[in-house]
Write a protein that binds this ligand. Structure first.
Ligand code: HEM
Length: 421
């Protein structure tokens, strides 16, 4: 990156540190999206971990919420689903309740037993045998996308590589018409965008676009529910007893879950891996000298990026956590992005080290019954894209500042200018 850009970011971080240490803890709102857009979240979470690891925010333009910022406290919440609910009717899984009219039920936002019944209908997609089959296709597509990139010219890595590869994968998972695949990217962006993010102009526009998504998938469902079972996510749900009779909102909710799950997260980790290696050239050298390190670099970059910064739960009863009393009905936000930088769980957590001894010690996929069902697929995609990148390019340079997403939920990038040779 250009020196001036690095300096600007260092200056922003210095200012954020001063602000985070001057602000009284009672005024902390760690979920403010600006911290994430500016990548200045770190000092806020560092101070919370040290001084108020279970913190109640009552001073924000959103409803009050608890922040859980240390690794083991987060595991505690994530593994006690009988106390901490994911249920969408109580508010669901992100810090803000879904706006009314968009709270389609999906199994990520359900409790037992419905959650497990619906989750198992799609899990055959992610078995090791099926992933071996998908690997061939993923490699072939990665090759095509990388071969088409301009040499020695600046381009947006997000658009040309990360979005393209993850969207192609999604089209395959749904057996979605391939030439219309960018609709999936758009629906994922629209479904997760905050009002001020610029993705949609108005709530009315969001409503229109999401109802197009619903109509499109209803058509695919109707085709497949009456046809012989096939190996795609829609058909898997259409032919399983637990989901065949789902009501329409539940169907659309699960589809949107699978679009978002398979899209933003892997996309942003792919982009993040380029940035992480750029910022850590000695790690890049290590990788070039020994490409087998891709295997441990992939989980490390998933920790380093933490593409979903948090998951939220709602307390089903009064309970105690870290010496604090959490009352029934209160919202509890598990900041994975902070737990992943907790030095009581991860050694030198702020460093990006591609050959860590235990790179899978991270919370990026969650923990407990909702742990990411697509995690092995995500890792496979990242592994293959790096194997193919190293075969083709000697230099991968980030040549401008990344533009980050305005959200404290999806931690990612809109743009990363890159030059390859
Ligand atoms: C759940 C992260 C890739 C589909 C989750 C959860 C996290 C997560 C944090 C929620 C865990 C919880 O509530 O405790 C990630 C990351 C990924 C990734 C970091 C990539 C680096 C994928 C992919 C797919 C996918 C590729 C599918 C194609 C899902 C689904 C759930 C889920 C369906 C809901 C599971 C449940 O409720 O049982 N993921 N994910 N994810 N993810 Fe992923």
């Amino acid at each position: 990156m250009h020196g001036s850009v690095d300096t600007e970011q260092a200056e922003r971080l210095r200012a954020a540190r001063a602000e985070a240490y001057a602000t009284p803890l009672k005024d902390f709102h760690p979920g403010a999206p600006r911290h994430f857009r500016d990548d200045t979240l770190w000092p806020w979470f560092e101070r919370l971990r040290a001084e108020a690891p279970v913190h109640y925010c009552t001073n924000a333009p959103i409803e009050p919420y608890w922040s859980v910022t240390k690794y083991h406290d987060i595991m505690n919440v994530d593994t006690h689903h009988e106390i901490f609910s994911s249920d969408s009717t109580l508010g669901g899984i992100s810090i803000r309740d879904a706006p009314q009219g968009y709270d389609w039920p999906s199994f990520i936002a359900m409790d037992q037993p419905r959650h497990a019944e619906q989750r198992k209908t799609v899990s055959p997609m992610f078995t090791p045998e099926h992933l071996d089959e998908l690997a061939v296709l993923i490699r072939q597509r990665a090759g095509q996308v990388l071969d088409a990139l301009p040499n020695n010219e600046t381009f947006n890595f997000v658009e040309r590589v990360s979005i393209e590869l993850t969207t192609q994968m999604l089209a395959t998972l749904f057996d979605f018409p391939f030439n219309e695949r960018r609709k999936l990217t758009r629906w994922s962006d629209v479904a997760t965008a905050l009002p001020k993010s610029g993705v949609v102009e108005s709530e009315a526009q969001r409503r229109t676009e999401m109802s197009e998504c619903a109509t499109y998938f209803t058509r695919l469902w109707n085709e497949r529910v009456n046809a012989a079972p096939r190996n795609d996510l829609i058909s898997m749900m259409a032919h399983h007893d637990a989901t065949r009779q789902m009501d329409h909102d539940n169907l659309i909710g699960n589809i949107i879950l699978l679009i978002i799950g398979g899209n933003d997260t892997t996309r942003n980790t792919m982009t993040g891996s380029v940035l992480a290696l750029h910022e850590n050239p000695e790690q890049f050298r290590k990788l070039r000298d020994n490409p087998a390190l891709i295997d441990s670099m992939v989980p490390e970059v998933i920790r380093w990026q933490t593409p979903l910064a948090h998951m939220r739960r709602t307390a089903l009863c009064d309970t105690e956590l870290g010496g604090k009393l959490i009352r029934k009905g209160e919202r509890v936000v598990m900041w994975y992005v902070s737990g992943n930088r907790d030095d009581e769980a991860v050694e030198a957590p702020n460093a990006f080290i591609i050959d860590r001894a235990r790179p899978r010690t991270h919370l990026s996929f969650g923990f407990g019954i909702h742990r990411c069902v697509g995690m092995r697929l995500a890792e496979l995609q990242l592994k293959i894209v790096w194997e193919e990148m190293l075969k083709r390019f000697d230099h991968i340079q980030v040549v401008g500042e990344p533009r980050r997403v305005y959200s404290s939920f999806v931690r990612g990038y809109e743009c990363l200018p890159v030059r390859l040779s």
